[in-house]
Design a protein around this ligand. Structure first.
Ligand code: MN
Length: 301
């Protein structure tokens, strides 16, 4: 790619309800853009206070063909899966679940207590050579942190400023959390072969000359070598990026596949109980919606 980088695209997140009636902002997939690198899904929940019994309550449900990547900023969420893992994720941690050929899990705020929640959950599409791999789960309590220009930069995935995240991914990508408690400014070096996107999680941030507030994903195409990031007051920004994925994916419900037949098979397998049992969740299991009407082409170009 030569010449000046293209202008960034503003992509509006939509609101969606997840288990337990929790309203979140869904920034990916977007009508105008389905992936940023291998990142194919981005939900932003909170920050919010919730009453006793509230919070996140997503009962047992399956995944195939992706990794779920949970970045917890405030609160506590209990992950339980069909491999037998039970893990409470606390602020500053990433939970990475590699679905591969198939896994089921549930995610619940602690029952009974009032609390607070602020989190992002992203999905990473697995490339063809890895998408049927054995399922796995890992909690990452320690992520590299760099102080730069008033921002505290957490390397959630990939690398930045010479630090590398321990989170295991299967395609070239990056995920960063930038947090400032007041005025801050830095220049973020970018991998020019990556496309990137930024989402403000709290406050207001100027990114690449554009003012960004929560609810808008700002997309930058390949060919950029750096990004100016600044804020005038406390703020938090998520930066994701990666090599353009290059494989056509079909994302349906909690599945990432390549064909409607695969989605239909996964739907039948889940509804017939063939993904294994998730023990201990207080929330009811989800029922996979019918994939019968799924067309041969992905729903969005
Ligand atoms: Mn899930």
């Amino acid at each position: 790619m030569s010449g000046p980088a293209a202008a960034p695209e503003r992509l509006e997140a939509r609101t969606a309800e997840i288990g337990g009636g929790l309203t979140i902002r869904r920034a990916l997939p977007n009508r105008l853009r389905r992936t940023v690198g291998a990142w194919c899904f981005l939900d932003h929940a909170g920050p919010m206070d919730f009453a006793a019994g509230g919070g996140i309550h997503v009962g047992p449900h399956p995944h195939i063909g992706l990794q779920t990547f949970t970045w917890l900023i405030e609160g506590e969420v209990v992950h339980r899966d069909s491999l037998g893992n039970e893990q409470t994720i606390t602020p500053g941690q990433v939970n990475l679940m590699t679905a591969g050929g198939g896994i089921a899990h549930a995610e619940d705020s602690a029952p009974g207590a009032a609390g607070r929640l602020h989190a992002a959950q992203l999905w990473i599409a697995l490339p063809e050579a890895e998408r049927r791999r054995a399922p796995a789960f890992r909690n990452h309590p320690h992520l590299p942190r760099i102080e730069r220009g008033g921002f505290s930069v957490r390397v959630l995935a990939g690398s930045a400023f010479g630090e590398r995240s321990p989170v295991e991914v299967y395609s070239p990508l990056v995920g960063l959390d930038l947090c400032a408690s007041g005025r801050a400014a830095l220049t973020l070096p970018l991998e020019a072969s990556f496309e990137h996107a930024t989402l403000v999680l709290s406050g207001a941030v100027r990114v690449g000359g554009e003012t960004l507030n929560p609810g808008t994903l700002l997309y930058f195409g390949t060919g950029r070598e750096e990004l100016a990031v600044e804020c005038a007051a406390a703020a938090r920004l998520l930066v994701i990026g990666g090599a353009p994925f290059g494989e056509e994916i079909l994302l349906w419900w909690n599945f990432v596949a390549r064909s409607p037949a695969e989605i239909e098979q996964a739907t039948q397998d889940w509804n017939a109980g063939r993904f294994g049992r998730v023990a201990g969740s207080p929330s009811p299991s989800l029922i996979a919606p019918s994939a019968a009407g799924l067309s041969l082409r992905p729903p969005h170009p």
